[in-house]
Design a protein around this ligand. Structure first.
Ligand code: CP3
Length: 359
């Protein structure tokens, strides 16, 4: 692929970080691109490491987490690395043991079901027990090119609470919603604790070298607008505004959120993450053209032919003209994804930049 960045350093000798420029709504020489779950099972070098180590061993060993983080960066022309970790790691720090069961996802031995369980969460200095994440961030930042950004992240309080209460992955979030409706005081106490710990955890990630923070509220789209405002908004707002105040831009991400993007924007975040169920033009029409958006490609597209990948990527890019956008999927990359399609999608982003760049 023939592609040269016009300027690697800006005039004030800051590295040219497309993703940071997009966050500020500044013009870019190419739409920045990265993929959620860009390090993972679709890569054979990841699968090889997983034969020797469990998912949690990879996360908790800074040298291994750093190596996995860099795997997609070595293969592809990406604008950002995302630190290899998981939104559930803070559970361990809160004194709630869990593991990843093969084929089932996360399993908590003792889910939170009553007020006493919330009181027992070990929140004091919980972020200190996640030092392995900060160490991995330092290692990665030390070996990344200056024009590749490093993204830190955490789960938003609602999505993390759903795992704490359900004890694993859920379809209808029955226990979570019932907890919210039937034990509102305990719910608010839980959300308050989670938002405090999460904010401290993310500020530490930023201090260690994360330049952009993504808050994953993956499952918040299952709520009504009323419940979002009442039970979730103040807590995500506390985190997003706290990070913003430290000068670090944020991506506020969820799936199935088409009916609540205005509320999520009001909650906070420099960039709003969207899935593939919404039309970008509609979102910009309702939230304003200056709202930076991230995402929109259906992860399933990457399982198809080269031609359909190119068409789908172009359809998105053609909607973004003159508006701030970070190219990404609408949710995590699927383990069945062929590497070639990831390459094709990135190349399409770069080619489009070549032909559409303002001269
Ligand atoms: O994006 C990245 O490359 C960074 C790494 C990352 C992982 N998880 C690694 C992972 C990130 C950002 C996450 C976030 C995460 N984890 C979310 C929010 C985003 C989303 O997908 O909605 C959620 C809900 C989780 C919780 C989680 N972790 C589940 C439900 C599972 C099991 C399901 C699955 O995909 O296997 C995980 C495991 C997990 N986290 C894997 C990876 C690479 C697979 C682990 C493996 O078996 O190797």
């Amino acid at each position: 692929m023939v592609y040269h960045r016009e300027t690697v350093m800006t005039t004030d000798r800051q590295p040219y970080l497309r993703i940071m420029r997009a966050c500020e709504g500044l013009p870019v020489d190419s739409t920045p691109v990265w993929f959620m779950r860009q390090a993972g099972r679709y890569m054979e070098e990841y699968r090889r490491l997983r034969e020797r180590y469990s998912m949690l061993e990879l996360c908790r060993t800074p040298e291994l987490a750093a190596e996995v983080t860099l795997q997609p960066i070595k293969r592809f022309d990406l604008d950002a690395a995302i630190i290899f970790a998981d939104i559930l790691l803070p559970l361990g720090a809160l004194g709630v043991p869990f593991h990843f069961a093969k084929g089932e996802g996360p399993v908590l031995e003792k889910p939170v079901r009553e007020p006493g369980d919330v009181e027992r969460l070990e929140t004091v200095d919980a972020e200190e027990r996640l030092a392995f994440v900060y160490k991995a961030i330092e290692l990665v930042r030390g070996s990344l090119e200056p024009d590749v950004a490093l993204i830190g992240f955490a789960g938003a309080p609602f999505t993390v609470a759903s795992y704490l209460i359900e004890g694993g992955h859920s379809r209808h979030f029955v226990q979570t919603k019932l907890f919210m409706y039937e034990q509102p005081e305990a719910w608010h106490a839980l959300m308050s604790k989670l938002s405090d710990v999460t904010l401290r955890y993310l500020l530490r990630q930023a201090k260690a070298g994360a330049q952009l923070i993504q808050l994953f509220d993956s499952w918040v789209g299952i709520l009504t607008r009323h419940d979002y405002v009442e039970y979730v908004m103040p807590y995500s707002a506390r985190i997003l505004q706290g990070i913003q105040q430290s000068g670090i831009p944020t991506v506020h991400f969820g799936t199935g959120t088409g009916s609540m993007l205005d509320l999520m924007k009001r909650t906070g975040g420099t960039v709003l993450g969207v899935d593939w169920r919404v039309d970008l033009n509609d979102v910009w029409a309702s939230l304003g053209d200056k709202t930076p958006l991230q995402g929109n490609l259906d992860p399933v597209v990457l399982l198809g032919s080269a031609n359909s990948v190119q068409q789908a990527v172009l359809r998105i890019l053609d909607q973004t003209r003159g508006r701030p956008h970070i190219f990404n999927l609408g949710h995590g990359i699927l383990p069945e994804t062929p590497l070639e399609n990831v390459e094709i999608a990135i190349q399409q982003v770069r080619k489009w930049a070549e032909t559409n760049r303002e001269r």
